[in-house]
Design a protein around this ligand. Structure first.
Ligand code: C5P
Length: 412
C-alpha cells in the first residue's frame, strides 16, 4: 500500500512548458491517496489552465498572495503550515533566483519562506539557462538554504535544443515523492517524537541591544538532522542562528528564554524524548527599556538589574507528562563533576558533558567530543564518545539515547 495516503502535498508550478507534465503528476498523487493543493505562479498560468488542476485535485488552485477571498479560506500561512511537503515542478530559473535571495513577492515564494515542510524543486528550463553561472550559483545558494534540488534530465528540449534542463517524467517525480514518505520500520527512532532545543536565547535590554552568548546552534541542528534520519518525528525549537532547517524537521523559532519555555511546554505532552541543547541565557533585565538606553555625559557605569530566567530543562523534567530528558553540560573545568551535579539537580535521565575550554571542540566548531552520563539502576554510568564531526557524534549520541529510552520504557 502506498505511504502517500492522507499526506499533504503542496504542488507548486512555475512558468515553463514542462508544466503540462505536472498535471499527470497531480493525478498520480491523488490516485495514491495524497491530499494535493496546487499553487501556480502567474507564469505557470500562461502554460496551463488552473482549471485542469482544480479538476484533478478537487480543490481550487491558489495563485494570489493578496486575495481577500483566498485569505478567508486557506491563506498563505495556513497553506504553509498545512503542507507535509512542498514540491515545485517545474521550478523556473526566475523562481529559483527569487527563492535564492529570499524574496516573498508572490504566493509561491512567500509560502516557501513560511513553511517548515521540506521544499523540493524540479528545475526545468532551456539548457543555456540551466547552465548559466547565475542559475548554477542559485542552485548552490538554494541548497545552502535547505532546499532540495532534483537535477534535470538531459535530452531534447521543447525549444529544439539538446542538453540538460528537461524536467524528469511525472512517474519519476511521483516515485521520488513516494520515497520521501516511505516509513522505514527498522530505523531506531521510528515512531519516536523527539524535541530538541538549540542555539542561543536572546534577552533584550532595549529595542536595539540584547544579552546572549556564542552558541552557533550547530550541535542542536546536527542532532535534529540525525534524529530525523533515524526515523524520529523531530521538533527543533531554535534561538536565532544562521542555519537551514534540516530536512524532515519541524522548526519553531524563539528568541527569549520565556518563549523557549512556552514552546517546549506546548509540545511536552507530545514528546517522548526531550533533548536540551540550547545555550539558555539564565538572567534577563528586570525591565526592558522602551527606548534605546543613551549614554549620559561622563557616565562611567551602567547598572542593569537582572532577574532569573526559568530553567527550561528542569521545568520539563519536573512536570507531567514527563518525557525522557537529556541535558547538555558545557563546562570549562571539572566538566564531569558539574555534569553529574546537573544530572541530579535537574532530575535528568542523561546528560552530555562537553568541555568548551578546548577550542577544537564546542561552541562554533565543527567537531565535538563528549561524555554521556546516564542513570541506570540508581547508579550513574558513563560512556565516552571520541572526537568526531558534530554530524557523526550526533548519530552516535542519538543511537545511545534511543537505547536508553527503550530500556527505560521496558522497565516501566
Ligand atoms: O546552563 P546549564 O549548564 O545549567 O545548562 C545545562 C542544561 O540545561 C542544558 O541542556 C541547557 O539547555 C539547559 N538549560 C535550560 N534552561 C536554562 C538553563 C539551562 O533548559 N535556563
Amino acid at each position: 500500500m502506498t505511504g502517500l495516503i492522507n499526506k499533504k502535498v503542496l504542488l507548486g508550478i512555475s512558468g515553463g512548458i514542462a508544466a503540462y507534465k505536472t498535471a499527470y503528476l497531480a493525478r498520480l498523487l491523488v490516485k495514491a491517496g495524497a491530499e494535493v493543493r496546487v499553487v501556480m505562479t502567474e507564469g505557470a498560468k500562461a502554460f496551463i489552465q488552473p482549471l485542469t488542476f482544480q479538476a484533478l485535485t478537487g480543490h481550487p488552485v491558489h495563485d494570489a498572495l493578496l486575495d481577500e477571498e483566498a485569505e478567508a479560506g486557506m491563506g498563505h500561512i495556513e497553506l504553509a503550515r498545512w503542507a507535509d511537503l512542498v514540491f515545485i515542478a517545474p521550478a523556473s530559473a526566475d523562481l529559483m533566483a527569487r527563492l535564492a535571495v529570499g524574496m516573498a513577492n508572490d504566493l509561491m515564494t512567500t509560502l516557501c519562506l513560511a513553511t517548515s515542510a521540506p521544499v523540493h524543486l524540479a528545475p526545468a528550463m532551456n539548457q543555456g539557462m540551466w547552465q548559466h553561472p547565475a542559475t548554477q550559483r542559485n542552485c548552490v545558494l538554494l541548497q545552502e538554504l535547505g532546499y532540495h534540488l532534483l537535477p534535470p534530465a538531459e535530452g531534447e528540449q521543447a525549444c529544439g535544443d539538446l542538453g540538460p534542463g528537461r524536467m524528469p517524467e511525472p512517474e519519476e517525480l511521483f516515485s521520488r515523492i513516494e520515497g520521501l514518505f516511505q516509513t522505514k520500520q527498522d530505523l531506531p527512532a521510528q515512531g519516536l517524537k523527539i524535541t530538541i532545543t538549540a542555539g542561543p536565547t536572546q534577552e533584550p535590554l532595549d529595542p536595539v541591544r540584547y544579552l546572549s552568548n556564542h552558541s552557533s546552534g550547530k550541535m542542536g541542528y546536527a542532532l535534529a538532522a540525525a534524529a530525523a534520519e533515524l526515523g524520529a518525528q523531530v521538533t527543533l525549537i531554535s534561538g536565532p542562528v544562521d542555519l537551514p532547517t534540516p530536512p524532515g524537521v519541524q522548526r519553531q523559532k524563539i528568541t527569549t528564554t520565556q518563549e523557549l519555555l512556552t514552546a517546549c511546554q506546548n509540545v511536552q505532552a507530545d514528546t517522548d524524548i526531550f533533548i536540551a541543547c540550547a545555550a539558555v541565557v539564565d538572567y534577563r533585565v528586570e525591565e526592558v527599556a522602551g527606548h534605546k538606553i543613551k549614554k549620559q555625559q561622563d557616565q562611567k557605569e551602567l547598572v542593569l538589574k537582572l532577574v532569573e530566567n526559568p530553567d527550561v530543562l528542569a521545568t520539563i523534567a519536573n512536570s507531567q507528562p514527563r518525557p525522557f530528558c537529556v541535558g547538555f553540560a558545557a563546562e570549562t573545568q571539572k566538566v564531569e563533576d558539574y555534569a553529574r551535579q546537573k544530572l541530579e539537580r535537574k532530575n535528568l535521565d542523561a546528560i552530555v558533558a562537553n568541555d568548551v575550554s578546548d577550542t577544537n571542540i564546542g561552541f562554533g566548531s565543527d567537531d565535538n567530543r563528549v561524555t554521556l552520563l546516564y542513570r541506570q539502576a540508581r547508579t550513574i554510568h558513563r560512556l565516552e564518545l571520541p572526537q568526531a564531526s558534530k554530524q557523526q557524534l550526533s548519530q552516535q549520541l542519538l543511537l545511545e539515547i534511543c537505547k536508553l529510552y527503550q530500556a527505560n520504557q521496558d522497565k516501566q
